[in-house]
Design a protein around this ligand. Structure first.
Ligand SMILES: Nc1ncnc2c1ncn2[C@@H]1O[C@H](COP(=O)(O)OP(=O)(O)OP(=O)(O)O)[C@@H](O)[C@H]1O
Length: 278
């Protein structure tokens, strides 16, 4: 199911937060949304799942304007793992995961055996089966992230929105989560801060800056040193990952002084060495 943003703008508190963004995420592909803090990534994603109304422009899922869809229809098409969960009700992990099944249940429909089997499978996949009977509110940040991912998976939607999904996660589970989320043939839109995760798992990346789209395309096309310098104010070198061959961005604080000839020679030597080992 493809997703498109057509000239989408959002104004909040008199400020233009998202400015005239147009892009398409083809069905079954993964889009990484990159950009500095406060550049509008979450706000743009929120327009997709109808948590934020665009001031102008249209967001479409499978060609339908999301504003024209009913709540249940949106929830059957789009599952969301948002940045913060302030769920403090005393509900267990199983109950939290079961919320993902609500869009598929009728009225006050009881949870079916099939629902429970889906939840058991998802909790096992995200490595949270041992937490099933614990209260959600008492989990660590990383444990909560795992359960929230399980909830989005059991929702069984063709579109997945992940807003900085790797927050709190240890390095192994960051990779595991990205693999779990991106290997199912779903259309995935994910806000990320880690350019290397984006390079590894996303077919396309979009770079936002102050609400405007500064770049959109394949990771190796967008993650250029000059683009990263303009977007984040950091210096970087683009390498090739020695194991996966995907683009690898090595960043350094922008040096106010241009590198001396000796430093530049050292940088060139290091870059060459890494490439030779690739
Ligand atoms: N209701 C609001 N009124 C005014 N400004 C808002 C409102 N909601 C968000 N903003 C501002 O909009 C800007 C974009 O916020 P958003 O959460 O979309 O950024 P982001 O790129 O996801 O940031 P981060 O990487 O820090 O999560 C921020 O400056 C934020 O303070």
């Amino acid at each position: 199911m493809n997703v498109s943003f057509d000239k989408v703008s959002v104004t909040l508190g008199g400020q233009r937060i998202v400015n005239n963004v147009s892009l398409t995420v083809p069905s079954g592909t993964v889009l990484g949304l990159l950009g500095p803090n406060g550049c509008g990534k979450s706000t743009l994603l929120r327009t997709l799942y109808r948590a934020q109304k665009p001031s102008s422009g249209v967001v479409r899922v499978d060609g339908d304007d999301v504003r024209s869809l009913g709540g249940r229809d949106v929830a059957r098409r789009i599952a969301v793992m948002a940045q913060e969960s302030t769920q403090e009700f005393p509900i267990t992990v199983r109950e939290m995961a079961m919320l993902g099944r609500v869009p598929h249940q009728r009225g006050f429909g009881a949870d079916s055996t099939a629902d429970h089997e889906l939840i058991d499978t998802a909790l096992r996949e995200v490595g949270a089966v041992h937490l099933t009977e614990r209260y959600f509110a008492g989990l660590s940040g990383g444990e909560k992230q795992r359960v929230l991912l399980a909830r989005t998976l059991v929702q069984q939607t063709p579109v997945l929105v992940l807003d900085e999904p790797t927050n709190h996660l240890d390095i192994a589970f960051q990779l595991e989560l990205m693999s779990l989320a991106t290997s199912r043939g779903l259309t995935v839109l994910t806000a990320l801060h880690d350019m290397n995760l984006a390079g590894e798992y996303c077919q396309n990346v979009a770079l936002l800056q102050a609400g405007e789209l500064q770049g959109f395309g394949r990771p190796h096309e967008v993650l250029e040193e000059n683009v990263i310098r303009a977007g984040f104010g950091v210096d970087s070198r683009r390498l090739e990952h020695p194991i996966t061959g995907r683009p690898l961005v090595a960043v350094a604080r922008l040096d106010p002084q241009p590198a001396s000839a000796a430093q530049q020679q050292h940088i060139n030597h290091e870059t060459k060495t890494v490439k030779e080992h690739a």
